[in-house]
Design a protein around this ligand. Structure first.
Ligand SMILES: [Zn+2]
Length: 104
């Protein structure tokens, strides 16, 4: 299995969050994983789950992924925002499963 696919699998990420890049820092014992999304992807309003086009992106954030291996794993993403006709501009929910802890 190729590296990026492996990390995508390990993190439980699926479309629309393909892994764009993986950087392994042996000195820091840290793996940085950068995820993005293909242009033209629709995202759901977090309030009403209506599928909407990406409006813009919130500043890039990072999440610590716990316990995947002996390396510290950091997930990087710019979270898309949608503009819902009912709820206004909202940041979409970030797909993550247990073991991924949000941090700034
Ligand atoms: Zn909405």
């Amino acid at each position: 299995m190729e590296g990026k696919e492996l990390h995508q699998h390990v993190l439980g990420l699926d479309t629309p969050w393909p892994v764009r890049d993986v950087n392994l820092d042996l000195e820091l014992q840290q793996i940085d994983i950068y995820v993005g999304h293909p242009s033209g992807t629709k995202f759901c309003c977090p309030e009403c789950a209506q599928a909407l086009w990406c409006y813009d992106h919130a500043p890039a954030r990072k999440w610590r992924h716990l316990g995947s291996c002996r390396y510290k794993t950091i997930l990087h993403a710019s979270v898309p925002r949608v503009r819902c006709p009912e709820h206004g501009v909202k940041q979409v929910k970030v797909p993550r499963r247990r073991g991924v802890v949000a941090s700034q």
